[in-house]
Design a protein around this ligand. Structure first.
Ligand code: BJ8
Length: 423
């Protein structure tokens, strides 16, 4: 990635510290990804993106900025990409998934903050991630307490807009979220200098719906007994989807899905028959957090689906197309986004329904419910998740982890025991 040094300098990055990050990533990727056998050929696209992760997409974004376009950095799957795209803006995900950034976050945040928040703040303040440097505006939300307070700190360093998410899902909450979306649209118009019209918003809705459909096709390929792709590879596709151009993302996901359908037809598999099938539920796994998938898939099991924001919550449910007024479009967006079931809502029975449905659809042998350390919301909801699964006769293992490797061996022991118990 050395060709990008000047670009990183221009972005005001700390090159020395960034070099240290660039050195560890290829080894980690090689150990976790390239060591797998018989991967789908289409994964070559995502391997290439990772090999140039701080170069190729950032340079595209900078080029777009030179042409007058604005980049909005987001942290949550409730923030509607469609609104930004309708104003010819660009969205990039900004959630940090590496322990590398955590100490930087701990300089300003309590240690007892979840690693996703600490890594995200550290990536910005330590100046070691180009995406965090490029974004013209950050868009936060009032989902959890840790994030709400982190926005205040980040807001001292970068323009920050915050969407106030409802805590419940009554009709008046859905209407309130539609109003928040309309208010966000006004900010996006001001930032980009472009007016959002019904036509442009319908086009944007279609673009993102196509991306969702393509990702759903890839996930659907692991519903049958034959497993043509590993959970790790599918996770990588999902993680990159937060950063990529949505139309290209849909195109590449469809290409992968075509290959997976072909593999299924021919019985080409990446795990031996009878491998235990695991549904992961819980907190998101931002790139490059591959730890759990790697442990599970080297312990005799396969991750066949993720009930996570880096999983089904990202692509399930489409936005109704072809509404004829902006007001109706904002309401249609709100209805779709409010179908997401994050633990920040109360009650959140929809998430339990999702987990039970997905366990059935993907014919799983067991569920591993994952909590990022210090995420009080998902930790507390773990009680309800485990109870519902036990009542349904589905084996479940609850685990809590962070971005370090210190618990890797302990996790492996517990996961191996769980998988053995499934057999
Ligand atoms: S919709 S899961 S992306 S809020 S893990 S930062 S909740 S303390 S990431 Fe999330 Fe939106 Fe919900 Fe999804 Fe807080 Fe928990 Fe950390 Fe979290």
């Amino acid at each position: 990635m050395s060709d990008y040094v000047q670009m990183w300098k221009d972005l005001g990055m700390d090159l020395e510290t960034h070099d240290a990050l660039c050195q560890v990533l290829p080894t980690a990727f090689g150990d976790v990804y390239l060591s797998q056998e018989n991967r789908p050929e289409a994964m070559g696209f995502w391997d290439f993106v990772v090999s140039e992760i701080h170069g190729i997409r950032p340079s595209e974004l900078i080029e777009a900025q030179k042409n007058g376009r604005k980049v909005f950095g987001t942290f949550c799957v409730y923030v509607p990409d469609e609104v930004v795209i309708a104003a010819d803006g660009i969205v990039t995900g900004l959630c940090g998934g590496s322990q590398f950034w955590v100490p930087g976050g701990e300089k300003v945040l309590p240690k007892s903050t979840c690693p996703l928040i600490k890594a995200s703040v550290g990536a910005r303040l330590d100046r070691t991630c180009p995406f965090f440097r490029i974004a013209d505006m950050y868009v936060g939300e009032t989902t959890c307490d840790g994030k709400k307070k982190a926005w205040e700190i980040l807001g001292e360093d970068v323009p920050m807009y915050i969407m106030d998410i409802p805590q419940m899902k009554r009709e008046k909450d859905i209407e309130k979220w539609a109003q928040e979306i309309a208010a966000f649209a006004a900010v996006v118009e001001e930032q980009t200098g472009n007016k959002i019209t019904v036509e442009k918003l319908n086009d944007a809705i279609r673009i993102i719906n196509e991306k969702r459909k393509a990702m759903a096709r890839v996930f659907a390929a692991t519903k049958g007994k034959n497993l043509p792709i590993s959970g790790k590879d599918r996770l990588l596709m999902t993680q990159i989807a937060f950063f990529d151009d949505p139309a290209r993302c849909a195109q590449m996901c469809n290409k992968l899905a075509d290959e997976l359908d072909e593999r299924n037809a021919k019985g080409v598999r990446v795990f031996p028959a009878g491998t235990k099938r695991i549904l992961l539920s819980g907190t998101p796994l931002a790139i490059p957090n591959w730890k759990l998938h790697h442990i599970i898939e080297t312990s005799g099991a396969a991750v066949v689906c993720e009930e996570m924001c880096t999983g089904t919550r990202y692509f399930e449910n489409l936005v109704e197309e072809d509404k004829t007024t902006l007001e109706d479009q904002y309401m249609a967006l709100s209805r779709r986004y409010m179908k997401n079931n994050c633990a920040c809502f109360t009650p959140n029975t929809g998430r339990i329904d999702d987990i039970l449905r997905l366990a059935k659809e993907y014919e799983v042998d067991g569920v591993i419910d994952v909590n990022l350390k210090f995420c009080c919301l998902y930790d507390t909801e773990g009680y309800t998740v485990e109870k519902a699964l036990k009542d349904a006769g589905i084996p479940v293992l609850g685990i809590e982890t962070d971005y370090t490797d210190t618990d890797a061996e302990q996790l492996r022991t517990r996961i191996e025991a769980f998988v053995e118990m499934l057999g």
